[in-house]
Design a binder for this molecule. Sequence first.
Ligand code: KIV
Length: 285
Amino acid sequence: MARMTTYRIRQMKKKGKKIVMLTAYDAPSASILSDAGVDIILVGDSVGNSLLGYESTIPVRLEDVIHHCAAVARAKPNSFIVGDMPFMTYKVSVEQALKNCSRMLQEGSAEAVKIEGGSPCIVKTVKAVVDAGIPVMGHIGLTPQSVYEFGGYRVQGRTADATEELIEQAQELEKAGVFSLVIELVPSESAKLITESVDIPTIGIGAGPFCDGQVLVLWDMLGLFEDFKPKFLKKYADIRKIIRDAVSNYASDVREGTFPSFEHSFEMSEEESGRLYGRSQPSKR
Ligand code: KIV
């Protein structure tokens, strides 16, 4: 597969081809996603909940995402790499946003950044970042970095007025130059109207079937977390059970002395072994 680009991502909407996006935070996962033909890898600030043990994305630092993004990039995936800008790394000033977004490309080797929000202030920042030559993916609806403002992880755009507001945000972000837009946790009807109101592709999560693409957090769809069962999530594997069973089998083998066996061990030549042990060579199990 040829490498994915912002141009090809935009073209996919025009051609009616669905965009496949997943998160990854490390080189082996990125390599698997690329092999499986995933179009976009998002190095999300969801690394906070998924890997770092935080309860929200708020404690995640720019350095955390840069670190994981660089690991993803070292896998040289064909998928397009987007680095997620963490909480308060782009809201203090346009200068701060430009400096931090450029770090995501220079130190994290991302090819684009994702910025949450659709307020006039964010739109102004997005425009400055795009004008500086850094591709931006927008993100509206439930923006997890504002979880305290929303009063929890609640579905957004449930009313006609709220949907109108989201459509306006999507159009303003499109004018500011975003090449695509994540829509999170909104009713299908709202996502459909937002998707129809812009030429850039929309990528949904908890936003129904009418977006131009779909994103999920890799470890959620692989079933790493037993208790995380939001309505929008489809689990494609039970990786937690697979890992737990493998680890228990390993532990039993070690405790029972069946691993390591000679099959997994290195041997000296018979001559050297004889010199070392004389007549009492260790018996092979
Ligand atoms: O951080 C993340 O993984 C995200 C996706 C859920 C869109 O923002």
